[in-house]
Design a protein around this ligand. Structure first.
Ligand code: G6P
Length: 438
């Protein structure tokens, strides 16, 4: 049986992950779940509710929550990490400051993503170091954002750590593909994909018998983008619905492949800015919905001392992370899209770039599959974006204003070095409690 720590115990995603662990108990039997956070108050609300849920659904699983790293990370097999340094208040800044200069305001793309990256690096490294000290053989399954910058930082700064960086967006889009095709599950699909995190394309999608499903998907996408009649689409927030619809245009730029939704921010930044409300961004949407709902549900569970009748939404993250943990635990060699060092998998791309590609996952971790040569357009976009990510890590390590300015300037979301500097200066001010001094 496995022992699991969840870093980011006060996150609104945590109850969903815990309930998913319980639902999948037969697939991944667990003896213990520990929550860890450095924000005691948030974690104790979530922790108290999870404790009741566990007591009712799997009383044999030991459960605790703590702000003490030694207690949290000792004797564990997996650390599932989804930390958000600076919480939603800082996400709001990441989105609103660039927008106030007419630049894309997004939590993982462009200046906002870079700002978030500059905050996240220390937080993720800190947890890796706790693991090294208290459970050196444990695996960190990391989906803390911005995943691309975090992955580059951990590759560079902790090259020997057992960390796997993952993202739910490909999974979520593959669920959409399954819905469009009328299939039960994304697991019926066999895909080829290449790119960076939040920056990639599907080149082939077949079913298990090898039947090509791309023509049907392309026909749909060229008309509807990723809008579909699925329940998943209907339940999405307005801003996400817009992103899924905009895929129609994103797709038209490279119509022989199917894009990740996030390419919208790099290919249509002017459109994104025009259609953003600079006073009410996604951070506000989330603070007024998911944040409130999850904490209210947690309070109700605690007040009534039962979790019966309450369900926490578990999202694509949760199921994917259990697939990943069981692939490592049981050496299943399941094929999954992960963020790994390229090392020749994309032949005409640098070996030391962190890329998102299919891998076979077993007890030794991910074994990347060769995706071959990629076309000039996508290669050019990816090279520019990889340079941004590498410059951010340089800037963080060296405390270099110049490199961070270069990173902002190079982002396809930013129109000029002048605008880059204005946005950067405001973000430095907003992040003075989090970033290294530049
Ligand atoms: C997708 C992305 C994640 C991101 C999330 C934000 O799932 O893959 O990287 O964290 O969207 O969703 P939110 O609901 O917070 O805007």
């Amino acid at each position: 049986k496995f022992r699991i720590a969840i870093a980011g115990g006060g996150s609104t995603f945590t109850p969903g992950i815990v309930s998913m662990l319980l639902v999948n108990y037969d697939r991944l039997p667990i003896s213990e779940i520990k929550l860890y956070d450095n924000y005691e108050e948030r974690q104790s609300s979530i922790g108290k509710a999870c404790k009741i849920m566990l007591r009712e659904r799997h009383p044999e699983v030991e459960f605790s929550y703590t702000t003490d790293p030694e207690q949290a990370f000792s004797n564990v097999d997996f650390v599932m990490a989804h930390i958000r340094v600076g919480l939603y208040a800082m996400r709001e800044q990441d989105e609103k400051i660039p927008l106030s200069h007419g630049v894309v305001g997004q939590e993982t793309c462009g200046p906002g993503g870079i700002a978030y990256g500059m905050r996240s690096i220390a937080g993720v490294i800190e947890i890796l170091d706790y693991m090294e000290e208290y459970s050196p053989d444990a695996w960190m399954l990391n989906y803390s954002n911005p995943a691309a910058i975090v992955a580059e930082a951990t590759r560079r700064l902790r090259p020997h750590s057992n960390i796997i960086n993952i993202c739910d967006m490909p999974v979520s889009i593959e669920n959409t593909f399954a819905g469009i095709l009328g299939l039960e599950s994304r697991k019926e699909l066999v895909v080829r994909y290449f790119g960076l995190n939040h920056f990639g394309w599907w080149t082939s999608i077949t079913d298990k018998s090898g039947k090509d499903l791309m023509p049907q998907l392309k026909e749909w996408v060229s008309e509807h983008g990723y809008e579909s009649n699925t329940e998943d689409f209907q339940h999405r927030a307005p801003s996400w619905k817009e992103t899924f619809r905009k895929v129609k245009d994103v797709y038209s730029v490279v119509p022989d492949m199917l894009p990740n939704t996030y390419l919208k921010y790099y290919l249509y930044p002017d459109y994104v800015v025009e259609h953003s409300d600079k006073d009410y961004t996604r951070a506000n949407e989330v603070m007024n919905s998911r944040e409130k709902e999850v904490f209210t549900t947690a309070e109700k569970i605690v007040a009534s001392d039962t979790a019966e009748g309450y369900e926490f939404h578990s999202g694509a993250h949760a199921s994917f992370i259990i697939d990943l943990a069981s692939a490592i635990a049981y050496n299943t060699k399941e094929r999954m899209l992960l963020i790994v060092p390229n090392n020749g998998a994309i032949i005409n791309f640098p070996a030391n770039a962190m890329v998102e590609i299919p891998c076979l996952v077993g007890s030794d971790g991910p074994e990347p599959l060769v995706m071959g040569e990629i076309p000039t357009f996508q290669k050019g976009m990816m090279e520019e974006q990889v340079a941004v990510e590498k410059l951010v890590v340089d800037a963080w390590v060296e405390g270099s204003y110049q490199k961070l300015w270069q990173a902002f300037t190079l982002s396809a979301t930013v129109p000029s070095a002048g605008v880059a500097k204005e946005v950067l200066d405001d973000l430095i001010e907003a992040n003075k409690d989090f970033w290294p001094v530049l």
